[in-house]
Ligand binder design. Structure first.
Ligand code: HEC
Ligand code: HEC
Ligand code: HEC
Ligand code: HEC
Ligand code: HEC
Length: 223
């Protein structure tokens, strides 16, 4: 039978296969690197907001406590958002720039809240609870960064599963003592503070004789 492909064609085919495989690996590698980087999680990217609100002005400059506007952080899963009335309490008198505050007046007229865009929102299959972390001595800045210095709010951490688990595997070093969660001038002592030794952290999973920390069990964050 006559030879269909010349030896040269054979070599070219092999070369094409090698280049193809190299490109595929490069693509996969770039993909993985991108997903693991902050860029894919929009770290440092502010969202468009109806009013150009600044934490640097309000929490930094004026020194307002986070709980003044996010009143749920100690009691509920949601941190909560300030009502339009909370803003107007000051802005009726101070800095009443009519055009900038039109969305506040519109919200009050509708009897609804201002529609802020979220930079931190998790997908629906993941569960988070602010009150549990506040009670366990985890400060806002551990997850949200130095919000009081941000003129426009942006993510400081990926808030992805890896980020959560990094702490859940061994949270003690990142827990503050009771009463210091909201202190702005807190300096870590290097000491471990297990604030709720009777809580989830000390629970032992005794089936099969293996000890699995409930903080790293899938069902803690996925239901
Ligand atoms: C005067 C009211 C006010 C105070 C005080 C305040 N915030 Fe906010 N916060 C807001 C408003 C309004 C938004 C929505 C607009 C934005 O994202 O900038 C917001 C948004 C946020 C977000 C983004 C939420 C999301 O859905 O992504 C975080 C995180 C946050 N605040 C943390 C803090 C922390 C931490 C403090 C204390 C250091 C604080 N805030 C103090 C009013 C306030
Ligand atoms: C405790 C009083 C107080 C509250 C509550 C308050 N503000 Fe302000 N706000 C001020 C003061 C004072 C300034 C002027 C700061 C300056 O110019 O240094 C200001 C400035 C602003 C500005 C001007 C733009 C800028 O970044 O300088 C905007 C917009 C604004 N506030 C929006 C809001 C919104 C939205 C809320 C509610 C979530 C709110 N403020 C709640 C006191 C307040
Ligand atoms: C352990 C990490 C962590 C800590 C600590 C934390 N947050 Fe959050 N925060 C999140 C996550 C994750 C979300 C998104 C929640 C969701 O989508 O269900 C969020 C959402 C928010 C929101 C958006 C509104 C809402 O109710 O979901 C605000 C405002 C906020 N956080 C403020 C704060 C403040 C103020 C503190 C400190 C008292 C704080 N956070 C502490 C991780 C944290
Ligand atoms: C800096 C440390 C830290 C980070 C980061 C952190 N957590 Fe936690 N988390 C804790 C600690 C400590 C507890 C245990 C509280 C207790 O013992 O009751 C906890 C408890 C929880 C609980 C159980 C709440 C309950 O009582 O039902 C959930 C759910 C949870 N975390 C979800 C998350 C998610 C989702 C993230 C990432 C977005 C996250 N956590 C990031 C420290 C952390
Ligand atoms: C401490 C909280 C926490 C625990 C524990 C946890 N997860 Fe997650 N998981 C998250 C968060 C937050 C997200 C959403 C952000 C992301 O995709 O990384 C997520 C996302 C996921 C996703 C979707 C990934 C994607 O690409 O969309 C899967 C699948 C998942 N988790 C499986 C698991 C399994 C299986 C376990 C147990 C071995 C587990 N998780 C334990 C917090 C947690």
């Amino acid at each position: 039978m006559a030879q269909i492909f010349s030896p040269a064609a054979d070599a070219r085919l092999r070369l094409a296969l090698v280049i193809g495989a190299a490109l595929l690996l490069l693509g996969l590698g770039t993909g993985f690197a991108w997903v693991r980087s902050g860029t894919a999680w929009r770290v440092g990217e502010p969202a468009a907001q109806p009013i150009p609100f600044s934490h640097a002005v309000h929490a930094g400059g004026l020194g307002l406590d986070c709980r003044f506007c996010h009143a749920g952080v100690e009691r509920t899963a949601d941190a909560g958002m300030p009502s339009a009335e909370t803003c107007l309490g000051c802005h009726e008198r101070v800095w009443n720039v009519t055009a900038q505050f039109a969305p506040l007046r519109a919200a009050i007229a509708r009897g609804a809240a201002v529609e802020w865009s979220s930079v931190s929102r998790l997908p629906d299959h993941a569960r988070f609870d602010h009150s549990a972390h506040t009670a366990a001595g985890v400060a806002c800045g551990t997850c949200h960064g130095k919000v009081e210095e941000m003129p426009r709010t942006a993510k400081a951490e990926t808030l992805n599963m890896g980020f959560c688990l990094d702490c859940h595997r061994d949270p003690a070093a990142q827990q503050r003592p009771a009463g210091a969660v909201f202190a702005r001038d807190y300096a870590p002592t290097g000491e471990a503070h297990a604030l709720r030794p009777h809580g989830l952290q000390s629970f032992r999973y005794e089936h099969y004789g293996v000890e699995v920390s409930p903080l790293t069990r899938c069902s803690t964050c996925h239901r």
